[in-house]
Each structure stands twice: as C-alpha cells, then as structure tokens.
Design a protein around this ligand. Structure first.
Ligand SMILES: C[S@@+](CC[C@H](N)C(=O)[O-])C[C@H]1O[C@@H](n2cnc3c(N)ncnc32)[C@H](O)[C@@H]1O
Length: 189
C-alpha cells in the first residue's frame, strides 16, 4: 500500500459533551456536526470558511449566528467574546502556521478573563490520513455519530497544542488526555 493512501482508523470514541457556561461564544470551524451551536444556540457565532460545512451544520437547525470566514481573519472587533471553542477543528488546519494564526486571531477577539476550550484528536500517526470515529452525546441526550477525516502526521498532541496555546498568550492552561483525543482549557488574563 503506498503511503499516500494509508489511513489510520481510530477506534470509535464515545464522547459526552457538556453545556457551555454563560457568555457570548465564538466557535471556530463550527460547521460539520455544529456541536457547539446545537448545545448553545443563539449565544454562538459559528465561523467556518466552507459554506458547505455550515449548510451541513444547519441541517440540525440550531439558532446560531453563522459566519463564512477564515479563522485567520475574523470579522469581529477586539475583545468581543467570553468563550472561544475549537472542537475538533484544529485537525482540519494541517499547517502549524495556520493553527497558530487562528489561535492568535481568537486571542484578539476574546475579552480579558475569557476562556478557551479546545477538543482535538491526537494526530501523530505516520499514516497519510486519519479517520476519527465518534459518537457524541449532547447534554439533551441526542447522539451525534460522525467521522472526521483529516491529514495524518501533524504532530498534533496534547503537549504540542498546550505549548502553542501558551505561545499565543493564554494562561492557566489545563489539559485532559483521552488517548486518541484530548481537551485543553485556558484563560486570557
Ligand atoms: C468538519 S468540522 C468538525 C468540527 C466541528 N466543530 C463540529 O462540530 O463537527 C471542522 C471545520 O473546520 C473548518 N476549518 C478548517 N480550517 C479553517 C479555517 N482556517 N477557518 C475557518 N474554518 C476552518 C473546516 O471547513 C471544517 O468544516
């Protein structure tokens, strides 16, 4: 099998999602399953640079606010949001320069004393592609079954993302490891 077509299939992950605390939320890469919008509704500004992915998320009809925009150039003023979420979207940004540019832009649009919530798959395999299979249970009990197909071999791990979050300026960084995926929480002081 040539390298170009090698794919790592991650065993099915059962992930329970929780409500997001009070405040205005910016959700980067908010298309696809639209998990954050489905959980938090009208408090969310969901950003995705593919209208097709936004359309896919709108199938669930969450009352969110949708923006077709690249996360590297967000159409929002400084210090606009209380919470920023990147749930399984960093893996769709293959290049580290893009991951960093997006997190830097997110930092700009966050108020002080605001929060960052990242959920991401571990992508340190040698295969060219990685397929992350997940059953998400939303706070209302709905189960969302999906698979995220991303480029493999991105050196995207709990440690490398924590280091990037720190480099961008976030503080009080905490992370949880779930083997094939991880969470990072941090604050803009
Ligand atoms: C497929 S979704 C998966 C995660 C999503 N949060 C969900 O709830 O299912 C990831 C999205 O990130 C978007 N994306 C990738 N890079 C981006 C960027 N630089 N700016 C905005 N959106 C981006 C992709 O278009 C894709 O729709």
């Amino acid at each position: 099998m040539n390298k170009e077509s090698s794919t790592l299939n991650v065993p099915l992950q059962n992930i329970v999602l929780h409500k997001i605390s009070k405040g205005l939320v910016i959700d980067i890469g908010g298309g696809g399953e639209g998990l954050v919008s489905r959980i938090t509704g009208a408090r969310v500004c969901a950003v995705d640079y593919r209208i097709s992915e936004i359309r896919e998320a709108q199938i669930h009809n969450p009352p969110a606010n949708w923006f077709v925009s690249d996360g590297r150039a967000l159409p929002f003023q400084d210090s606009s949001f209380d919470i920023a979420t990147l749930w399984f979207s960093l893996g769709y940004m293959n290049e580290w320069s893009v991951k960093k540019a997006v997190l830097t832009e997110v930092f700009r649009t966050l108020k002080s004393k605001s929060r960052l919530s990242i959920m991401a798959s571990r992508i340190d395999c040698k295969e060219h592609h990685l397929l992350f299979h997940a059953h998400f249970t939303l706070p209302d009990g709905t189960v969302s079954k999906t698979g995220y197909g991303v480029r493999g071999n991105q050196n995207q791990t709990e440690n490398t993302i924590c280091a990037l979050v720190r480099e961008v300026g976030f503080k009080d960084i905490q992370s949880d490891n779930h083997d094939w995926w991880f969470e990072v929480k941090a604050f803009k002081r």
